[in-house]
Design a binder for this molecule. Structure first.
Ligand code: PMP
Ligand code: GLN
Length: 377
């Protein structure tokens, strides 16, 4: 059998999480919370299961949830997406990303991806016969717009953005999006904007959704995740928003990838979103966790720039060890009992900058135990 993805290995998230279980390490590797979802949301899910919600949902998702998403987008970004034909519920952001790519990328199309990048973009492009054009971010994880301008050509069908950015925790600024908007103006290049961490932004920072830039909005698929937002990664619930013409093509693929997604979960989330204060509470919760983690590693030999967004913090261990990040991560897990993600695997040519990614979406006691160990290195 000729593989469509011959170079694909086991994901680093699965590998590190499996090793963390085997070695009983504190798992700050794969990005998921170790605390429970809000009991109110669980109770709404129970009500859905005992209600009349156990058969197929409509293909695009239940209307009340699409309306709730439209209202939230209007409230947060002042932008209108029509529930009828511009919003589709998906099985997590992963399916939204895959579907957006599958519905628009033809063999030979180029897709610009900034590295380090989350791992699902490249395989999704390659599976369609597309060509990933990989551009490394600067050492402070900002986009080199001159390099981007040079890479852009008549074959560039799509640019993939991710803000707040996994794994670096940086966010795109207004100036970045204005530059992109100007550069794309004369082209018909599409944008796929992965905004799964949109509500996890710290220190009064502002998430700049591409929806706020008219020249980007008209060409963008925006992908979001309830797993990330409401700590329910196991529910695999997300959505995609795009202008009608793009969404029409998206739904043609969506219908035959999955048809429709988890009906009881959609109803529970729609009810839960009726209270708009949920989002502010989230920001405060994660700010507290980031600050606890940063406070905990003050005085350690790790160097870092505080994450502006996401629930990840990069730590530079150059002062502690000369090892490669893969070796250092394995040593930290096996010998010291803390699991983290080596980020060279997401870099162009596996460039190794001696940085590990730590997930701080964890209970206070988990973070304290991990910080005690990290401070002794
Ligand atoms: N994009 C990014 C940047 C992520 O970190 C993740 C992982 N959670 C996803 C997409 C996938 O989200 P989901 O779990 O909703 O499929
Ligand atoms: N998004 C999660 C992370 O970055 C991982 C999800 C997965 O394992 N696919 O850690």
């Amino acid at each position: 059998l000729k593989s469509k993805l011959p170079n694909l290995e086991q994901s680093i998230f699965s590998k590190m999480s499996q090793m963390a279980v085997a070695h009983k390490a504190i798992n700050l590797s794969q990005g998921f919370p170790d605390f429970e979802a809000d009991p109110e949301l669980i109770s709404l899910m129970q009500q859905s299961l005992y209600g009349n919600y156990n058969q197929y949902a409509p293909m695009g998702g239940i209307y009340s949830l699409r309306e709730a998403i439209a209202a939230k987008t209007e409230r947060c970004y002042g932008q209108t997406y029509h529930p009828e034909n511009e919003i589709t519920l998906t099985a997590g952001a992963t399916q939204a990303i895959y579907t957006a790519i599958a519905s628009t990328i033809y063999p030979g199309d180029e897709v610009i991806i900034f590295k380090p990048a989350y791992d699902c973009y490249e395989p999704s492009v390659i599976a369609q016969g597309g060509i990933p054009v990989l551009l490394q971010l600067n050492s402070d994880f900002h986009i080199d717009w001159e390099a981007f301008r040079k890479a852009l050509n008549s074959k560039t069908r799509m640019v993939i953005l991710n803000t707040p950015h996994n794994p670096s925790g940086t966010i795109l600024k207004d100036a970045d999006l204005l530059t992109l908007e100007a550069l794309l103006k004369p082209t018909d290049t599409l944008v796929l904007s992965d905004e799964v961490y949109e509500h996890l932004v710290f220190d009064n920072g502002l998430h700049q959704s591409v929806s706020k830039y008219p020249g980007l909005k008209e060409r963008s698929f925006i992908c979001a995740s309830f797993g990330k937002t409401f700590h329910i990664t196991g529910w695999k619930m997300g959505y995609c928003m795009a202008p009608e013409a793009l969404m029409k093509e998206f739904r043609k693929i969506h219908e035959f990838v999955v048809f429709s997604v988890n009906h009881p979960a959609q109803r529970a989330i729609a009810e839960y979103m009726k209270d708009s204060s949920r989002y502010e509470a989230l920001r405060a919760l994660f700010q507290e966790k980031r600050d606890l983690f940063l406070g905990g590693i003050q005085g350690s030999r790790f160097a870092f720039t505080p994450a502006e967004g996401t629930y990840f913090q990069l730590l530079d261990y150059s002062e502690i060890s000369p090892q490669s990040d893969l070796d250092f991560a394995e040593w930290l897990l096996r010998d010291k009992g803390v699991a983290a993600i080596p980020i060279s695997v997401f870099n162009l040519n596996r460039q190794d900058n001696h940085q590990l990614r730590f997930c701080f979406a964890k209970k206070s006691e988990t973070l304290k135990r991990a910080c005690d160990i990290l401070c002794r290195l």
